[in-house]
Design a protein around this ligand. Structure first.
Ligand SMILES: Cc1ncc(COP(=O)(O)O)c(C=O)c1O
Length: 433
């Protein structure tokens, strides 16, 4: 046993929780053992402020190659000229884009949180809504993007940047329509593909790479890498001493400078190494099958839930997630999240379009299939899971029903081993001691 038994026992409990439950939070996934190995590697020991070939520290010859590998793989996979793989996570990546392209007080147009946007797209209590003049677009009454509204807000407020990309939007995004609006008002167009990066690489969602001026993505959602992020764009980086204007051609230079020295210090080299591994995995033919299966599973789950009489925002899904509006069965989102947790199904409460309840206890829940698909779940399993979710939610106070569901969940998860052999409550291998 390691010396810090207290900590390793907690990790063991978290491992068992993951193994025994149905993980249905759409932004979560299970990385491969290779990604885990790179993430737990000696990369964490090294300081390397700067970029490959121009660092502020010695001894960077190997971390230079690791970062370059991640950069080259990202450029190749997403079809862009420039990739910055250093942002610590998705929110800092988005902050870096604001810092690179805008002045405090400038106007930005992004999706409202309650309609599927992310906090960094202009929520009042986030940096994006407090340091910038954030205008939010919503959706039509069925939950679809309303391009008439987006256009009229853009024409009225003349934003310097328009953001497309969502946390809880279940449909294909028409990147071209956003671009036309951005061009019409002279705004930068930022695509935040955090949720759908893996679907884009897998060829089941259109890519904004040739359309948007700048792309941000997390690496830990459908891309199935470590917690981290990347900023992607077109053009070349100017020499460090050259003064550059805030123009589209200069975006790669502006982004690199916004990350360091603008916002961050040393990159997390263990994370960069794990991103490189995840990008390698995403370039393999099997990843296309994975992406296709995520969507097939989501569509099957959506149908199963609707067959059970549950309401889905936009009445279905094109991607990896769905938002269930629980109003018609008289259950609140918070209660649904808690009860599903009790039976071993993990999801999160979520607002629905024009929600009449508070964001802290909204009317819906959000469900997704990336993590279960990584475990090997297929359509037949999704049909069962849809029925289990509906049964639980319709019998929210019935302990007998909940116990039955819990047992079935356990039988189901036992069929799909997760990280067999991984154990945190046993001594670490000699090599680590
Ligand atoms: C669309 C979108 N952008 C950015 C982020 C932020 O990522 P992180 O949680 O890594 O800061 C998220 C996270 O949920 C997201 O959904």
């Amino acid at each position: 046993m390691d010396n810090d038994t207290q900590l390793f026992q907690l990790l063991q409990k978290e491992l068992e929780r993951s193994q025994r439950g149905l993980e249905m939070i759409p932004s979560e996934n299970f990385v491969s053992m290779e990604v885990l190995r790179a993430l737990g590697s000696i990369g964490t020991n090294k300081y390397s402020e700067g970029y490959p070939g121009r660092r502020y520290y010695g001894g960077c010859q190997y971390v230079d190659q690791i970062e370059q590998l991640a950069i080259d793989r990202a450029k190749q996979l997403f079809g862009v000229d420039h990739a910055n793989v250093q942002p610590y996570s998705g929110s800092p990546a988005n902050l870096a884009v604001y810092f690179a392209l805008l002045n405090p007080g400038d106007t930005v147009l992004g999706a409202n949180l309650a309609f599927g946007g992310h906090m960094t797209h202009g929520l009042k209590v986030n940096f994006s809504g407090s340091l910038y003049n954030a205008i939010n677009y919503t959706a039509d009454k069925n939950g679809y993007l309303d391009f008439n509204e987006i256009k009229s807000l853009a024409v009225k407020h003349k934003p310097k940047m328009i953001i497309a990309g969502f946390t809880a939007y279940p449909r294909i995004i028409d990147w071209q329509k956003f671009k036309e609006i951005a061009d019409a008002v002279g705004a930068f167009f930022m695509a935040d593909i955090a949720h759908i990066a893996g679907l884009i690489i897998g060829g089941v969602h259109p890519s904004p790479a040739e359309i948007a001026d700048v792309l941000t993505t997390t690496t830990h959602k459908t891309l199935r890498g470590p917690r981290g992020a990347m900023i992607l764009s077109h053009g070349t980086v100017s020499s460090p001493t050259k003064k550059v204007e805030r123009t589209k051609e200069n975006i790669p230079t502006l982004i690199d400078r916004a990350i360091i020295p603008g916002l961050q210090g040393g990159p997390h080299n263990h994370t960069t190494a794990a991103i490189a591994v995840a990008l390698y995995e995403a370039s393999q033919p099997a990843f296309k099958d994975y992406a296709r299966q995520i969507v097939l599973n989501a569509k099957t789950l959506a149908d199963s839930l609707m067959n059970e009489g549950l309401d889905l925002v936009t009445a279905g899904t094109d991607n990896h997630l769905m938002v269930v509006d629980l109003t018609n069965i008289g259950v609140a989102g918070k209660e649904a999240e808690k009860t599903l947790d009790e039976v071993g199904i993990t999801c999160n409460k979520n607002t629905v379009p024009f929600d009449t309840r508070s964001p802290f206890d909204p009317s819906g829940i959000r469900l997704g299939t990336p993590a279960l698909t990584s475990r090997g779940f297929k359509e037949k399993d999704m049909k069962i899971i849809g029925r289990l979710i509906a049964k639980t939610l319709k019998n929210i106070t019935d302990d007998k029903v909940k116990n039955e569901v819990k047992k079935t969940v356990r039988e189901l998860t036992d069929q799909f081993p997760l990280y067999p052999g991984l154990q945190y409550d046993r001594p670490a291998p000699e090599i680590y001691l």
